[in-house]
Design a protein around this ligand. Structure first.
Ligand SMILES: Cc1ncc(COP(=O)(O)O)c(C=O)c1O
Length: 397
């Protein structure tokens, strides 16, 4: 293609990182999966232990969940072809919202078409011109983008550093404010100090929103999330979540007081100007919720698999950070070594997620591993053998 002077496409032709990694044979992204995402599955013709999925409860191929998705297609067809606001609300969406409100014990739940859109919609509507949004520095991209889309001013405190947050709040007492944080931090698997945040938000009269994309369905005795894990589920102001992880599908939600939810429902651009969740997705999530309510032990099973791996990796000498969720990072601290480790594990039958800058700060490069209720002890032990072999051969342990 011929580029014009000052061409906006110039940056695409200057972008060389991709080719460099591909030439080195280390490109790890967009790997095509050709079957159900299970604890052990086929990828590119090989059997592989999947430690790179967010399918925490292992429900993506649960028979009851698949059946309900099929029933929803039979009854409602494949799509709604419009936003919830106008022509895209099914009675099934309302059933799901009511079911979730009951499960979470919140006044009202609204659903969005992705978790990303939930954060974008909620934060951009709640934070107005004079307001301050306090973010943890490691918050998810969708929280950051939702904050950018709002008219509010963004202040970022150091990761989980409530003294830093307090300092910012003290200097901005005259402004209405909202704290928004991941409940479970998605790469590191560590938790926000939710009780501390509840206390500080009360003290300064600001609101607290927890995005618990990796917490709902994976944390707390009933799977209601990180705040439930800490015993303060009723004390957070809004809870945001996704259906793309424990709920085995795609979509997102926000839960909280009816008056606030109604406001967001009628003003959030990502709700009003984007098509609603398709019937199969809604059916899937309702069925996943049925399973979670009937079998809350799936949550602890998933933690058991993570704990077995965490302990095994730590005892081999890997740096596994401070994770408490079914996410266990292996902090490598170097991009090339991270990609080499990923590639070697993959070739030996273990799938992980390499995480490099800008997803983590330079020096924090890691492999992210995540666990499902369907991982058996035998699978974890087999994966641990591979980690040990590959880690030794790369001189990492
Ligand atoms: C913390 C957090 N929030 C929001 C999202 C976005 O969720 P979704 O995949 O449903 O768009 C993710 C997904 O990676 C996440 O990790």
């Amino acid at each position: 293609m011929n580029l014009t002077p000052n061409d906006v496409f110039q940056k695409c032709y200057d972008y060389e990182r991709l080719e460099q990694v591909q030439k080195a044979g280390l490109y790890p992204y967009f790997v095509p999966l050709s079957g159900h995402v299970g604890a052990e599955m086929e990828i590119e013709g090989h059997s592989i232990i999947m430690l790179g999925s967010n399918n925490y409860l292992g429900l993506t191929d649960h028979p009851k969940v698949m059946e309900k998705a099929k029933e929803a297609i039979d009854k409602y067809g494949t799509g709604c072809t419009g936003s919830r606001f106008l022509n895209g609300t099914l009675d099934l969406h309302i059933e799901l919202e009511n079911r979730l409100a009951g499960f979470l014990d919140k006044e009202m739940v609204i659903t969005f078409s992705t978790g990303f859109q939930s954060n974008m919609g909620v934060i951009s509507t709640i934070a107005g011109r004079n307001d301050i949004i306090y973010l943890d520095r490691l918050d998810h991209a969708s929280i950051i983008d939702g904050s950018r889309m709002s008219y509010g001013r963004v202040l970022k405190y150091r990761h989980n550093d409530l003294e830093h947050l307090r300092y910012m709040l003290e200097n901005n007492r005259q402004h209405p404010g909202v704290i928004v944080t991941d409940g479970v931090f998605s790469m590191e698997g560590d938790l926000a100090d939710v009780p501390g945040l509840v206390e500080i938000s009360r003290e300064f009269g600001v609101r607290l929103i927890i995005d618990d994309a990796h917490g709902v369905g994976a944390m707390g005795p009933r799977g209601r999330g990180t705040a439930e894990h800490f015993g303060c589920h009723d004390e957070i102001d809004l809870l945001i979540g996704t259906f793309s992880k424990s709920f085995a599908c795609v979509g997102g939600f926000a839960a909280g007081p009816a008056r606030v939810m109604e406001y967001i429902k009628h003003t959030a651009r990502t709700m009003i100007f984007s098509a609603s969740l398709p019937p199969a997705a809604v059916g899937t999530v309702i069925a996943a919720l049925d399973v979670l309510e009937q079998e809350p032990e799936l949550v602890s099973r998933c933690h058991k698999a993570a704990e077995r791996s965490r302990q095994g990796l730590a005892s081999m000498g890997f740096n596994v950070g401070n994770s408490e969720a079914p996410i266990v990072p292996i902090i490598v601290g170097d991009e090339v070594q991270t990609l080499m480790f990923y590639r070697m594990l993959y070739q030996h039958g273990v799938f992980t997620n390499p995480v490099v800058s800008p997803a983590v700060a330079s020096g924090g490069e890691m492999l992210r591993t995540s666990y499902m209720s369907t991982h058996t002890d035998e699978m974890i032990d087999r994966a641990l053998d591979v980690f040990e072999k590959c880690g030794k051969s790369l001189g990492m342990i």
